[in-house]
Ligand binder design. Structure first.
Ligand code: PMP
Length: 303
């Protein structure tokens, strides 16, 4: 098992900075028993100037607030204050390239009733950037994403991740790297913790919202496509259409942009190297560390 903290690790808990090894919570709450909690997955990067920068911090903390609202969890914090506390967590732990995990959870209450307050923890641990070099062998999961009429599917709710865990474990047990889940109607939805894009004849395609977590990386990829003038389309499509694609990739805060080798053993038609997906991957890597790709061109022109 990975080690997320040691004796010196500090986390943020309800307004205080405490040692992770000494932080306490109770065992009588809806969050642990019923999965009734919301969280975020955020990354910070050491930028080209050596500063620590949280990527899309506002977007992530706004989504945390919206997820809490969707689940009727009280949320008294401001985005600004939580971003400030997160930078303090990073500084106190000497972290630059890190994964950041805020969690909003319920106080002691074993009934299904509303609470009058929530707890918040912000944890962080080291995560090296750009690990996704290897192409993924993906399997269409036997599990579908939760029915959006049964869950607030656009919220990043802890309980939804039982579905992700089952799908990911199933794919790994079958010898694949990761799962791809369909929605309740059989259309492609997303991975257990990432959104999906494919490239076909020069156009990028991604599932429309409604049955997916609308990822912040997905939005960033769409922004990059607009900048690079790659046509991009949001629509419903089947796994059969996806298997006919030129290339495909997952994108998410943790996954960043990571290409696929195959889906259910069907290899993609084009090589990842030189694909539009790879150009998006490179643009994403520049963006998170605030490197201007144009700077290089200007330098070269001046040289
Ligand atoms: N879908 C699911 C189910 C996820 O857990 C994640 C990771 N948060 C994503 C998509 C990608 O979202 P983001 O780009 O905001 O990390």
């Amino acid at each position: 098992m990975a080690s997320y903290y040691n004796e010196n690790t500090i986390l943020y808990l309800n307004g205080e900075f405490v040692k992770a090894s000494e932080a306490k919570t109770d065992l009588y709450g809806q969050s642990l028993h019923y999965g009734y909690a919301v969280f975020e997955g955020i990354r910070s990067y050491r930028n080209v100037e050596g500063q620590t920068k949280i990527f899309k911090a506002t977007e992530h903390f706004e989504r945390l607030k919206n997820s809490a609202k969707a689940l009727n969890l009280p949320y008294p914090w401001s985005t600004e204050e939580l971003i400030g506390s997160t930078y303090q967590v990073l500084a106190k732990n000497n972290l630059q390239d890190a994964y950041i995990r805020p969690l909003v959870y319920a106080p002691a209450n074993m009934s299904f009733a509303l609470n009058t307050e929530s707890h918040i923890a912000i944890e962080a641990w080291e995560m090296a950037p750009f690990l996704g070099d290897k192409l993924l062998r993906v399997m269409v999961s036997g599990f579908q994403r939760p029915n959006p009429k049964g869950f607030k599917i656009e919220a990043k709710a802890s309980g939804h991740y039982v579905n992700s865990i089952l799908a990911s474990q199933e794919a790994k047990a079958a010898g694949y790297d990761e799962a791809l889940l369909t929605d309740m109607n059989g259309y492609v939805a997303e991975g257990p913790g990432a959104n999906v894009f494919f490239e076909k004849d020069g156009t990028l395609v991604t599932p429309a919202t409604g049955n997916i977590l609308p990822g912040i990386t997905r939005a960033t990829v769409i922004e990059i496509c607009r900048e690079l003038e790659f046509p991009v389309e949001e629509k419903l499509f089947t796994t059969a259409e996806l298997k006919e694609a030129d290339t495909a990739f997952f994108c998410g805060t943790a996954a960043e942009v990571i290409g696929w080798e195959s889906l259910d053993g069907t290899l993609f038609k084009k090589r990842w190297n030189g694909s539009l997906g790879q150009q998006i991957q490179l643009a994403y890597q520049n963006r998170v560390i605030e490197r201007q790709p144009e700077e290089k061109c200007i330098e070269l022109e001046n040289a």
